[in-house]
Design a protein around this ligand. Structure first.
Ligand code: FES
Length: 124
């Protein structure tokens, strides 16, 4: 299993102990990540933020996609599911799957238009 250098530091208790996901088109809403073993989708749920996830977070759709605006290198590498969608051109170079992507340091993201939930107010 891949463990990012930053996560290793967290495990050892040496430095950064949290990260922040800023969602640009949800009025800059910030989600704090303290458990670096769980993907973004779980972090959203822990913060009571609804997020599209048609397959239940199993990496079998792409409805949980987000666009990485800043900090692409602050995410753990693509999972096999993400690599498969990349190869099929269903996951763009600036996109990740929330049910797969582990956030290790601060990132800024945006929700693609086709992944927006009807009951949430998006700011753009
Ligand atoms: S919820 Fe289906 S791929 Fe992430």
């Amino acid at each position: 299993m891949y463990i990012h250098q930053c996560a290793q530091s967290v495990i050892k208790g040496s430095h950064q102990s949290m990260a922040k996901i800023t969602i640009q088109n949800l009025s800059g809403r910030e989600i704090v990540v303290q458990d670096f073993s769980k993907p973004a989708l779980i972090q959203f749920g822990l913060s009571q933020l609804d997020w599209m996830h048609a397959c239940g977070g199993k990496g079998r759709c792409t409805t949980c996609r987000f666009i990485v605006m800043e900090g692409a290198n602050h995410l753990a590498p693509l999972t096999k599911a993400e690599e498969r969608y990349r190869e099929q051109n269903l996951l763009q170079l600036n996109e990740r799957l929330a049910c797969q992507a582990i956030v290790l340091e601060d990132i800024v993201i945006s929700v693609p238009d086709d992944c927006k939930l009807p009951h949430l107010d998006y700011s753009e």
